[in-house]
Design a protein around this ligand. Structure first.
Ligand code: HEM
Length: 499
């Protein structure tokens, strides 16, 4: 049967109206909710952001900072990553409560390495208690004992170098830092009897963290299987040590003991073997590569900047005049120049180049009089690498100048909170910062007092394609054993006030 013309005409109108309605609805749905979104990095659709990101996120962020300013969004596949570069725009990132800016979503790839009972695997209230265990384990009264162990390890280790030679200082210090961490964190049983097996297991854990693990941490690949086996075996080893300590009643001064003695305030229960193992692994992962990379860069600067070397030597001589050969926590705390040199090293070469949070709530940032809204669902990123080289914060940011942190100058403090962020800041600032300063100053104090040294080759380049960013290749150091005296210091390079 044929439809009457009038019905056909009405049907066409109806269809037209429906279509227009659908288009308006879709338009409303797809229209950005916020008018003042941050500028976007221009890329080819879908994979463009990923390609730019894979080429090197820090180089990309540096280039875009020049073009777009301190706040911009880059779409990487389906994710919007919004960069907040510099102290004026990063306060919310560091200060917001976990319900607004959280770590779990962006760092959960660590769960198979640390284990299912700690840190990013557990709910925030439990995690807060576990961070309290870290603070307890790293408080000054404990640290004093750790420093005695650091001194012993550094002296024993360097005594094996003989009278002269050439070494790869990067590899050597990495080894020394593992030994020290074993002793102060994992405990005397591991350091004395199980070092070989445990360091192999830690190595397997480390090798199980490849770039693909960040996206697919449970992918069934060989390195992940090895990682899981290593994690399991470590829990067996620490379980055995914990039970032995409990039975014998012997208490050691190390992080292991501190974790064994820790109790949750919420229900008074003690830690499990899995939690103790997981927290120890988290401490090693937080402190191992970061510290050994920092010590390698600092060595490279001491070997290539004669004035820095002279000032560091002079400081050692002054301290030896006062305290003789004694090296302990309180003496090391007086090494202010060495601390500034380490801080300057971290400003120029932070090992963690990008810190991330997941945003659960829209928030605003103001840049140079302009307000942007960052929508919930964005991943937000700050960069210690970029923050450390901002000419608005640091004068001559590409030159190595430890005295920029000297009382009176303090460029970071003058520019405001979150200007110096190699250790993060705010709610999740590094809990091992003091430990790291003590460890690296101990090592260089021992080296400066006992050796003349110089670099073989040139200052190293940066290996940007790594999760923890450090120098490329070995750093060869030629050394000769001697006891530091005034004659070893190049006095011409010293300002009069220090001689
Ligand atoms: C030069 C050495 C180190 C550097 C550069 C460094 C850097 C950092 C940074 C940037 C963060 C913050 C991460 C974020 O906000 O997303 C952090 C957190 C942390 N670090 Fe370190 N770290 C170092 C040494 C250590 C050591 C030696 C330990 C332990 C012995 C340690 C334990 C921790 C812990 C437990 C956290 C988590 C704090 C929290 O989320 O509340 N770190 N570290």
């Amino acid at each position: 049967m044929e439809l009457p013309d009038v019905f056909a005409a009405n049907q066409a109108t109806l269809l037209g109206v429906l279509l227009a309605g659908a288009l308006i609805f879709l338009g409303l749905m797809l229209r950005p909710k916020h008018k003042n979104l941050p500028p976007k990095v221009r890329t080819i659709p879908i994979i463009g952001g990923l390609l730019k990101f894979l080429k090197g996120p820090i180089q990309m962020a540096r280039d875009e900072y020049e073009k777009l300013g301190p706040v911009f969004t880059c779409k990487v596949l389906t994710r919007n990553i919004t960069f907040l570069l510099g102290p004026e725009v990063s306060e919310h990132f560091f200060k917001a409560p976990e319900s607004e800016m959280s770590q779990k979503e962006v760092y959960k790839f660590n769960v198979p390495t640390f284990g299912p009972e700690v840190v990013f695997a557990v709910d925030y209230p439990i995690r807060v208690e576990q961070y309290r265990f870290f603070m307890e384990a790293l408080k000054v009264s404990k640290l004093k004992g750790y420093v005695d162990a650091m001194v012993e390890e550094a002296e024993a280790f360097t005594s094996k170098w003989g009278d002269e030679g050439v070494i790869d200082i990067k590899a050597e210090l990495e080894h020394l830092i593992i030994l020290t961490a074993s002793r102060c964190l994992l405990g005397v049983e591991v350091r004395k009897h199980l070092f070989g097996e445990v360091s192999q297991l830690i190595y397997d854990l480390d090798q199980g963290m490849v770039p693909i693990s960040v996206l697919f941490p449970y992918l069934p690949i060989a390195v992940h299987r090895k990682r899981d086996a290593a994690r399991k075996r470590l829990e067996e080893i620490f379980g055995g040590i914990i039970e032995k300590r409990k039975k014998s009643g012997i208490e050691e001064n190390d992080m292991l003991q501190s974790f064994i003695d820790s109790k949750y305030k919420s229900d008074g229960r003690p830690t499990t073997h899995g939690e103790v193992t997981g927290l120890l692994i988290a401490a090693l992962f937080g402190g191992q590569h970061t510290s050994s990379i920092t010590s390698a860069w600092l060595g490279a600067y001491l070997m290539t900047q004669p004035k820095v070397l002279a000032l560091a030597q002079q400081e050692q001589l002054k301290i030896m005049e006062k305290h003789g050969e004694t090296l302990n926590h309180d003496v090391i705390c007086e090494m202010n120049y060495l601390a500034r040199a380490m801080k300057e090293t971290l400003r120029m070469h932070p090992p963690l180049v990008m810190l991330l949070r997941y945003s659960h709530k829209d928030f605003d940032v103001e840049v140079r009089g302009k307000k942007y809204t960052i929508p919930k669902g964005h991943v937000t990123a700050v960069s210690p690498s970029i923050a450390g080289r901002l000419p608005t914060v640091y004068s001559n940011p590409d030159s190595f100048d430890p005295d920029r942190f000297k009382p009176g100058r303090e460029e970071d403090k003058k520019a405001g909170t979150y200007s110096f962020i190699p250790f993060g800041g705010g709610r999740h600032g590094c809990l091992g910062e003091t430990f790291a300063y003590m460890q690296i100053r101990t090592i260089y104090s021992v080296i400066l007092r006992n050796f003349d040294f110089e670099i073989v080759g040139s200052f190293p380049e940066t290996e940007w394609n790594a999760l923890v960013v450090g120098p490329v290749g070995p750093i060869q150091m030629k050394y000769r054993r001697r006891k530091l005296t005034q004659a070893d210091v190049c006095a011409d390079l010293l300002p009069e006030s220090t001689v």
